[in-house]
Design a protein around this ligand. Structure first.
Ligand code: ADP
Length: 160
């Protein structure tokens, strides 16, 4: 059975992430979305909120599960007995960062490999940071995020 982890902060999940999740679920028998509980960053949404929003967003995809993790991604992968990581690429700027992470992960964990899916063109501009920036200033981000995320943003901000 082919299994992969799609890791990220997902603060919050966007339609761009969801597109990568759906496409990964078509490729692999099982996909675990790994939500990083990064203690170095202060996220807008707690890890529990991010996991709950993802769970709602992937409810219709039977071979996808959502889990949170702390610490190193490679340890999370090994704990789940998975040796494929999925990452999304939007632009050259993602590439430099992603290449460094994938290569260093391979250095310390040669048994684990990273595969990249390129963004669907309609989501190429989309990031969690852009969503948060617009929402903070009251812009409706309904074309950017799943409905459940829009509702959660409306609890935090006054959105048109
Ligand atoms: P990070 O893991 O760096 O905190 P995110 O949680 O925002 O980043 O994203 C997780 C993964 O999804 C990364 O590989 C990122 O490049 C990818 N990604 C984010 N937004 C998009 C998008 N609009 N289209 C395709 N991939 C995306």
């Amino acid at each position: 059975m082919s299994r992969a982890i799609y890791p990220g902060s997902f603060d919050p999940v966007t339609l761009g992430h969801l597109d990568i999740i759906k496409r990964s679920a078509d490729i692999f028998d099982e996909v675990i979305v790994g939500v990083l509980n990064n203690t170095q960053k202060t996220p807008l949404f707690s890890v529990t909120e991010r996991v709950n929003m993802l769970n709602e967003a992937v409810a219709g995809i039977p071979n996808v599960t959502v889990k949170n993790f702390d610490g190193l991604l490679i340890d999370f992968a090994r704990d789940n007995d998975i040796n494929v990581l999925v990452r999304g690429l939007r632009a050259v700027t993602d590439f430099e960062y992603e290449l460094q992470i994938a290569q260093s992960n391979r250095k310390v964990a040669p048994d684990i490999d990273t595969v990249f899916l390129t963004t669907s063109i309609e989501y190429a501009y989309l990031s969690s940071s852009i969503v948060k920036e617009y929402a903070r200033y009251g812009v409706c981000v309904d074309g950017f995020v799943p409905e459940c995320v829009l509702q959660k943003l409306k609890e935090k901000y006054t959105i048109e």
